[in-house]
Design a binder for this molecule. Structure first.
Ligand code: ADP
Ligand code: MG
Length: 227
């Protein structure tokens, strides 16, 4: 589903070149639940953002569902992202002025779903995540876990090909974090493809496959038996 070949990202600041990712080769297949593990600054977010078509590589190849990403026009990339990728961020990224229902409805609006279908889909996902009782609430009234479950519902509601979660438990306490991981795991068991960046080995072990990054390199990939 996502394939990289010698993926490299370089940032240039005031003439100084910094290699953020170097020769990353990874294959994410449908149904995978990958924990992208590495210390702060190892390049996890940069890689997740490339998988999510938010950042482009400096060199190397990135294939997303058969599309060579560097050959797509900006518009095509945006459409592919909106229709195929669900994001979950550390700081939730909910819109404070919108209710829970409206937050989850928003991506469906971008995709042009009719009102009736939006309502049906949002209600069904609220039920699936056991947060139907929160639908009229605003983000400021929610606990951290509730916010992240709503963010996950917003990611899942478009039936994405892949969920990209960047340190999704980073703002949760450990109990909330465990509950959130259980929900992610149950999504994985239903067949959802998930890539989760984390700096916590404990958390990464809860996924199905651990890819370890260090200084922009992949140092181990448990699917290849390196761990
Ligand atoms: P992680 O998510 O593992 O903490 P990041 O992908 O956020 O790692 O960052 C990797 C490295 O790249 C860090 O050292 C960070 O400072 C650097 N970096 C990220 N974005 C930029 C940028 N736009 N310009 C320069 N350096 C950047
Ligand atoms: Mg990060």
């Amino acid at each position: 589903m996502i394939h990289t070949r010698n993926l490299t990202k370089v940032h240039r600041n005031g003439g100084v070149e910094r290699k953020i990712l170097q020769n990353v080769n990874v294959d994410i297949e449908a149904g995978d639940f990958v924990g992208l593990l590495g210390p702060s600054g190892s390049g996890k977010s940069t890689l997740v953002n490339m998988f999510g078509l938010i950042e482009l590589p400096t060199s190397g190849e990135l294939l997303f569902m058969g599309h060579d990403i560097t050959r797509l026009k900006e518009r095509q990339r945006v459409n592919l992202r909106r229709g195929s990728i669900g994001f979950v961020f550390q700081d939730f990224g909910l819109i404070e002025e919108l209710s829970v229902f409206e937050n989850i409805e928003l991506p469906l609006q971008y995709l042009g779903y009719k009102r009736k279908d939006r309502v049906m889909k949002v209600n069904s996902i609220l039920e699936q995540m056991s947060v139907s009782h929160l639908k009229g609430f605003f983000p400021k009234h929610l606990t951290g876990l509730q916010k992240q479950l709503v963010a996950l519902a917003r990611a899942v509601v478009i039936d994405p090909s892949v969920i990209l979660a960047d340190e999704p438990t980073g703002c949760l306490n450990s109990n909330e974090g465990s509950s959130f991981m259980e929900v992610l795991y149950s999504l994985h068991e239903k067949g959802t493809t998930i890539v989760m960046a984390t700096h916590s080995a404990y958390e990464a072990q809860k996924t199905q496959r651990v890819v370890q990054l260090y200084d922009g390199h992949i140092i181990t990939d448990s699917i290849k038996g390196d761990l």
